[in-house]
Design a protein around this ligand. Sequence first.
Ligand code: URA
Length: 272
Amino acid sequence: MAWDERQQRLLAAMGLRVWAPPAAGAPAAEAPALAAVADAEASPPVRVPKPQAVLAAAPAPAPAAALKSPAAGALAGLGWPELREAVAGCRACSLCEKRTQTVFGVGHPQAAWMVVGEAPGEQEDREGEPFVGAAGQLLDRMLAALQLTRAADGELPRERRVYIANTLKCRPPGNRNPTPEELAKCEPFLVRQIELVRPRLILAMGRFAVQALLRSDEPIGKLRGRVHRYQGLPLIVTYHPAYLLRNLPEKAKAWDDLCLAAEVFEQQAPTS
Ligand code: URA
């Protein structure tokens, strides 16, 4: 595949080096096995402004329906330590039987950005932190390109912080897709996490995050590129990093989604 200059710039911002055949006459470089490989070093942040028209054209659908779950009320008053404890002790579905541990979430508890993913994989199950495998490394590079971090410590302002959580807190065996029952059982935990973080913007990555937060089965391709609302908060839909690792051409679209998110974010009045 031939990448134009802009696409190459965007891919570089997401930490992806693109292999191109050497120009005629140039010394042959060793071609990597894949067309693009993840670069171990974070690339310098690059921001590509999006035209204002994208936002102006974005419809604002009605807020998602209030989330109904028997456990939602029970979690309503919980603070972070109690919520973490409730997740750790959850036995609401059979995923608890095979997990090594629950994977609660990571980041600053008052981050201004929130990323919602799908479910822990093998590595996350082992380490107890979301997005620590290959998809997580790509996610970190995407966030770094926007000068955002999951790090909870240090002096950074809230605007640069991201809280990351999954729709499921336990690993589905063999990394299979979550079932609707598992999603429904686990959802109150995510709802409470969002209430506690009170982010200025949510980035929903992949179809299970979208199903949980927007109640939509529409493909990501149909939902991305505009501003949705979750409980009044702006929500941007984008591809899951694991999908991006398998579908290189979609990375430029994901970058566009991040740029849209950054633009929407900047238009939000800071909350306390
Ligand atoms: N994919 C996710 O959606 N979440 C993780 O924590 C890891 C991979």
